[in-house]
Design a protein around this ligand. Sequence first.
Ligand code: ADP
Length: 584
Amino acid sequence: MSKSQIRRYIGSFIIIALAITVISFYAGSLFKKDAYNRTIEILKRSNTLTWNILSLDNFLNMDDFIKSIAVSDIRVTIIRANGKVVADSQADISRLDNHASRPEINEAINGVSGYSKRYSDSLGEDLVYVAMPMRKISGKSYIIRSAMSVKEIDSTLGDIINRILYTGFITFLALSILSFLSERRLISPLSDIQKAAESYSTGNLDHHLTVQGPEDMRIVAESINSMAESLKFRLNEITRSKNQLDAVFSSMMEAVVVLDESLNIRHLNQSALKILDLSGSEVIGKSLIEVFMNSALQSIAEEVLNLQTPVERDISINSNHNLVLKVHGTQIPHENEKTAANAIVLVLNDITKTHHLESMRRDFVANVSHELKTPITNVKGYLETLLESDMADTETTEHFLNISLRNANRLNAILDDLLSLSRLEHQDNESLEVEIRSIEGVITAAFQSCAPKATEKEVKLILEGERNLLVPVNTLLMEQALTNLIDNAVKYSSAGSSVRVEIQKKDNQAVISVSDEGIGIPSKDLPRVFERFYRVDKARSRELGGTGLGLAIVKHIAIVHNGSVKVESEPGKGAAFTIRIPLA
Ligand code: ADP
């Protein structure tokens, strides 16, 4: 039995006991009042009757007469108007004092009936007295008084109260048992319902409530069961759609961050964590600025919150990488304006690559314009000077024309390289026309193209390594790539040095390395030498007739052959370029 049940039982027992006690005492006091009234009535009649009988005896010897007729329970006393007792049915009158001071006698002396309840010294017990003034006899006034012991009344009263208490106790017991039983009949289904509610609150909606008890309780139990069923159905629906949303949310390429109205992070998906290189538990509940440390992102969130309009802007973020993100911030609409707090969703799109490509495109256009502009300006300048000058000076004219021709050739070389690059960019690996050739043959052809320059610069071309290695190549393109590398090696070498081309077979690949003993490339420039128009020393490259596109072309030729190219170099100690392509 639970504490609350015990408390309830004790409470109802106390109420029943109180009710019975009050009823007992009320009934008792009613009875008491009634008993006294009746006694007084009896005593009054006794007075009248005694007086009448006395009249028959002519009041000769009152005391003897009274003693002879009186009944044992009623004491009859005759008193003179001055208080002297002249007759008493139970006491010796010689011993009785003057009664004038007795309250009932006093009232009777004054002509009205007097009543009193008090202790009688002469009889030694509590009595009820009724005194009445009577007619004068032989000129003397008399008062007659009857008295009765209260012992009788009190004992009857006590008896009655005992009976009431006994009946009350039995009733109390019966009521208590009844209340206990009915309480148990009600409490048992209620405690089943309570257990079911507790089980539902812990998420166990499979608990089926079976109630044995009153009809009403069974109806309540059925309602609770059907409520649990529909809750379970809805919960399943919610869980299903939440799982779907979670799956969408976590598989999104875009980073999504959900913020509360204080711009603290409530939720973020896998992509957002990847940007931050963090785990989810570390950031939930923290502020946006604390986690992303980016004032631009913070101001987007603040704008969305304050202006209540969507905001879109590109920002840069320095997390583990330098990223460029397109941020779209919007407020989540909510159903109840008053209670629901505003939430903000930030969708972050990684546009670093697009941004990089875009800036490469802009740089390329600027570079091409610049590279083309220089020779054209030169040609234009010399031709204008020629037109204005004395053409008869054939030496100067020839000199100016030669410079113009060199610039025109340079323009042509740049445009040729640009066209080659453009073709290579549109070339996919599958559609490349290839033939199985010995790589040695391709290198020999490249040597032939570079031989005049090498001889002129007194640079020795050396071929080493495997000889009959067969590779699927587009001969023209591979020849162009190797020519570019050997040409560069010769260009950036000093007289008397050697350019070594080595062929090796490694992991099913042909590895062709072109190394020289020339000026080399500083390590900071190494990652950029394959970019279009990138040159370590622009003036020197131009002077040597370079376009700045040679290595970009080599890189693309390697790519269309499913291969790669890399460079190793130390300034002053030469450079080594290595092309890897799959073997036949
Ligand atoms: P360029 O037409 O200027 O030679 P490339 O694209 O062929 O253009 O080469 C890019 C830059 O890389 C060159 O300007 C040069 O600075 C550097 N470079 C290429 N090959 C060598 C090499 N063998 N030795 C030193 N520097 C080189």
